[in-house]
Design a protein around this ligand. Structure first.
Ligand SMILES: Cc1cc2nc3c(=O)[nH]c(=O)nc-3n(C[C@H](O)[C@H](O)[C@H](O)COP(=O)(O)OP(=O)(O)OC[C@H]3O[C@@H](n4cnc5c(N)ncnc54)[C@H](O)[C@@H]3O)c2cc1C
Length: 516
């Protein structure tokens, strides 16, 4: 293993180079920071694929209190009210800051932001770019800004594999780069590794998003929060491609309607209709499919010939599947899309391990509650990056002691996908979850390439098994009622292994604790 150049010693290390990682690094400037990304810069991560845009109370008819109320309503009351309030107030300025940084948001003739409407928003408040190309433009501008900032060192093709922790404090990080394993001597690490879709068989996320940062934190002993709350986007394109192309909410925002195979609308009698929260629409489609039906998004009347110009990315995905959205309904089905859970962080983005922060989709601050409001995640990352950077900068330096350790092998989530998808999909039940917990605990305790992905999946399954009611995106067919009190969940990996060991023998397989 090579120790990384002395110049990096003691510098904060940001793991991940999507909106959360790059914004954190830029907010830290002029303080030196190292950013690791496991691929070349700007080619992987959900940020690049974002379509709809960023939510903020930017319109003349809008205000942060309305954005906050919509966020809490979508989150089914589980949100942290103080975090939501701070986010909604800060989001407009975060978006103006991105515009100053060079992001070319779509504008109205008077120069104001062109704002779109998405599901469960009471106002048009989605700042979009190039129609449905928000992510590409955001990454273009952030990559250019990061490359032009001397204090930001970007190490490409560096896969972070293990945190070195002593006395519950970060002492270093092991990554594997193009020349082999490397040891970073640092007392400050920010996890910004994005989502977990790669743990599911059907997801809209890049395959490389499989919760590696959550595994790093969990193996270091950090608590994870709200792991059971996994968002399924109701309208992924129903084709055999993996990852599944997304048909953004904005299409429904512009009037497209959901119909069954006979052309009948099935959301017309539901509160919010097609623009009900994502979990409500996903469950309606799941029920339709469970009874043998199929769902389609019909944009032919509401958008028609304007589809290509307004939604070029979606039009291209439809074209590739030989579907013409201007003339025929688009086949859709739910797919894993976003994770409300993640590394439990406080109001400054700090985890329960000293010297470890999290930002972006990998973090769970309580903003999203039981179900994320559409287009709140890019804005969340932009808002929180500034908060995390201030906290990292203000942290008291610790003595750096290095204990070289072996770099674990590269992770491969393939063995986890079928188990997690079967047990922790749109609808869950105790039997399937118990069986999954047993199988995942075995994998997580192994030394195989599935161990880290299985540890994250185990924490999802255990949290889902423990929550014996239905709330937001967590729907239990055996416990369909809402809870009496709404409480967030928190779990360490040791607790997850203990829960697995307590699963009744009919489900349980051997499960033993394993923490690095
Ligand atoms: C198809 C799609 C459309 C979406 N549309 C919207 C939208 O319109 N609006 C919205 O608000 N949200 C949207 N989202 C959600 C949003 O894009 C994500 O939540 C957000 O981009 C996450 O940003 P991030 O920086 O946390 O992670 P990412 O952008 O996923 O970046 C993660 C980074 O971590 C790196 N990484 C991972 N593991 C390691 C490791 N072990 N070592 C080193 N590097 C690592 C990756 O290489 C990558 O650079 C969408 C998501 C998808 C999938």
């Amino acid at each position: 293993m090579t120790a990384t150049p002395f110049a990096f010693r003691g510098r904060p290390v940001v793991v991940g180079a999507g909106v959360a990682g790059l914004m954190t690094a830029l907010e830290l400037a002029p303080r030196p920071v190292v950013v690791l990304t496991k691929t070349l810069l700007g080619v992987e991560g959900s940020t690049l694929w974002a379509q709809g845009g960023m939510a903020a109370a930017l319109g003349p008819d809008d205000e942060p209190a309305l954005h906050a109320a919509d966020t809490v309503a979508a989150g089914d009351g589980l949100c942290d009210a103080a975090i939501v309030d701070r986010f909604a107030r800060a989001a407009p300025e975060a978006i103006r800051k991105l515009a100053r940084l060079g992001v070319r948001f779509d504008r109205k003739p008077d120069g104001g932001f062109a704002l779109g409407l998405e599901a469960a928003h009471s106002r048009s408040r989605i700042a979009h770019v190039g129609g449905d190309g928000a992510g590409r433009e955001l990454m273009r501008a952030l990559v250019a800004a990061a490359r032009a900032t001397a204090s930001v060192t970007i190490l490409e093709s560096f896969d972070a594999r293990r945190l070195l922790v002593e006395d519950n404090a970060v002492r270093g990080l092991i990554a594997v780069g193009p020349s082999g394993p490397a040891l970073f001597a640092t007392d400050r690490v920010v996890i910004a590794t994005g989502g977990i879709g790669g743990l599911y068989a059907e997801s809209t996320n890049p395959l490389g998003s499989f919760g590696q940062g959550l595994a790093l934190a969990a193996r270091a002993g950090a608590a994870l929060a709200d792991m059971e709350f996994v968002q399924f986007h109701p309208t992924a394109l129903d084709v055999s491609l993996r990852p599944m192309p997304l048909v953004s909410e904005a299409v429904r925002g512009e009037g497209a309607v959901l119909v069954d195979e006979r052309g009948q609308r099935f959301m017309a009698d539901v509160r919010g209709e097609e623009l009900a929260p994502r979990d409500v629409v996903a469950r309606a489609i799941w029920r339709l499919r469970a009874s043998g039906g199929r769902a389609f998004l019909d944009a032919t009347s509401a958008i028609g010939a304007k589809f290509e110009a307004r939604f070029p990315t979606i039009a291209a995905a439809c074209r590739a599947a030989r579907i013409d959205p201007t003339r025929e309904p688009i086949p859709v089905r739910p797919a894993q899309h976003y994770h409300m859970g993640g590394i439990a962080v406080d109001a400054e983005g700090r985890s329960s391990v000293s010297g470890l922060w999290a930002c972006g989709e990998a973090a769970s601050s309580g903003l999203h509650g039981a179900n994320r409001l559409a287009s709140n995640s890019l804005a969340e990352a932009a808002v929180d990056a500034a908060i995390v950077a201030r906290s990292v900068d203000g942290a008291k330096p610790q003595a750096l002691r290095l204990h070289p350790a072996r770099a674990p092998q590269a992770s491969d989530p393939a063995a986890v996908r079928a188990i997690l998808s079967r047990a922790a999909g749109v609808a869950r039940d105790g039997g399937a979850l118990s069986a999954a917990v047993g199988a995942l605990a075995d994998l997580a305790a192994s030394n195989g390439p599935a161990a880290d992905p299985a540890a994250v999946a185990l924490m999802i399954a255990v949290a889902a098994l423990r929550r014996e009611h239905s709330l937001g995106a967590h729907y239990r067919t055996d416990f369909p009622s809402p809870p009496k009190a709404r409480e967030r969940s928190r779990l360490t990996l040791d607790e997850a292994f203990a829960a697995a060991a307590a699963v009744p023998p009919v489900f349980a397989r051997r499960a033993s604790g394993c923490r690095a």
